[in-house]
Design a protein around this ligand. Structure first.
Ligand SMILES: *Cc1c(COP(=O)(O)O)cnc(C)c1O
Length: 371
């Protein structure tokens, strides 16, 4: 354990890179020589402008896109920071892009997809479900999906945080706008942004603090927003005001800017980030597969690189495992209440060192408890 910190495998809020936490700590009382902390700084100040624009610049670099900046009008994408977490996007998307006359296709791969679908239904709008993996407890990602005729958009959840599955590639939507909830795997691998019209990600898994949601939207999609919504519910408001129509979640955006700089410095590219994530996940999956004691719950071809879910032979052993793991400095391993079992979240900030410590513990626990 470093600095008395455990290896934290929480699913969200989740571990942040140690250098980021240290930087927040060291700059907290006097941010950039302003004589005040970032949480006491005006969002209309030059120093906050630098923060939000630095976050946008890093995203442009990592995702290889151009976005609208101040005084720059020709661009393809808008990068927005919206409050209310990923869950706030569930109702906001149909509010902006669905009317009573059209419909959307939602691929159902788990709890988060289901929650997104519920928010379309609540509005009395039409939601078609072209594919669902509910029949097998969301343990796989459906393939060869047949979409309905001419939906306003197709929505999917790129990584199923709770059941541990992940889209390895994205369906060809034949020009129909594609929207993705990427809360738990944003920036964990390279992304062809050309394929997406809107992506969103609650920040507390791979980006920073809970409460902020990163939204990246194509300008052509933004043009389709419903104009008759209250100001704070329209994407165009955030695009027009550089996400500062009202006071933005300054500390959250600042944290995101630091996490992004950390990825750039440590990894350089998302290709490298992906290699690191594959290495971590492979170590753990290979170990799980080498035993009869631990059993992975997701189908192999759909396994997530970010949330690794498995069971022990009994719930009693799972309880014992969790308690003992924590005593050994390994925390956040309890599965989601809907899925049960155990879950290891291996987001960008998790380390090979942590995974190796976990495997060592799992091996010992197995030997001590396998009658
Ligand atoms: C965590 C999570 C959410 C919910 O995020 P909130 O910020 O709590 O609203 C939504 N979708 C996915 C895929 C998640 O992992």
């Amino acid at each position: 354990m470093e600095n008395n910190r455990i290896f934290n495998f929480n699913a969200g809020p989740a571990a942040l890179p140690l250098p980021v936490l240290k930087e927040i700590q060291s700059c907290f009382l006097n941010f950039n020589n302003t004589g005040m902390s970032i949480i006491e700084t005006s969002h209309r100040s030059k120093s906050f402008d630098i923060v939000i624009n630095s976050a946008k610049k890093s995203l442009e670099k990592l995702l290889k896109i151009n976005s609208f900046q101040k005084n720059k009008t020709k661009s393809k994408f808008h990068i927005l920071f919206i409050q209310g977490g990923a869950s706030f996007q569930f109702p906001m998307i149909p509010m902006n892009f669905l009317s009573k006359d059209n419909k959307a296709d939602y691929i159902n791969t788990g709890v988060w997809s289901s929650k997104a679908i519920a928010q379309v239904n609540i509005q009395g709008k039409k939601c078609n479900i072209p594919a669902s993996s509910e029949n097998k407890k969301f343990s796989y990602i459906p393939e060869n999906i047949k979409f309905s005729d001419d939906p306003a958009y197709i929505h999917l959840t790129s990584n199923n945080t709770i059941y541990g599955t992940q889209f390895k590639s994205f369906p060809d939507t034949k020009g129909i706008p594609l929207i993705a909830d990427m809360s738990s795997d944003i920036l964990s691998r390279p992304l062809d942004m050309e394929k997406f019209d809107l992506i969103y990600a609650g920040a507390q898994k791979n980006l920073g603090l809970a409460g902020v949601c990163l939204v990246i939207i194509k300008d052509t999609m933004l043009q389709k927003c419903n104009d008759k919504l209250p100001t704070m519910l329209k994407y165009s408001t955030y695009a027009e005001k550089n996400s500062m129509f009202n006071t933005p979640p300054c500390f959250g955006i600042y944290t995101i800017s630091l996490v992004l700089k950390w990825i750039e410095k440590e990894m350089g590219t998302l290709e490298k980030m992906e290699q690191y994530n594959i290495k971590k996940a492979e170590l753990l999956y290979d170990f799980i597969d080498s035993t009869n004691f631990y059993k992975g719950t997701a189908e192999k071809q759909s396994r997530s690189l970010m949330n690794i879910t498995f069971n022990l032979p009994s719930t009693e052993l799972e309880k014992k495992f969790l308690a003992k793991a924590l005593k050994n400095g390994l925390g956040g391993l309890k599965g989601h209440r809907d899925a049960g079992g155990l879950r290891v979240s291996t987001y960008n900030a998790s380390t090979i060192k942590g995974i190796k410590a976990l495997i060592k513990f799992m091996d010992r626990f197995q030997k001590d408890n396998n009658q």
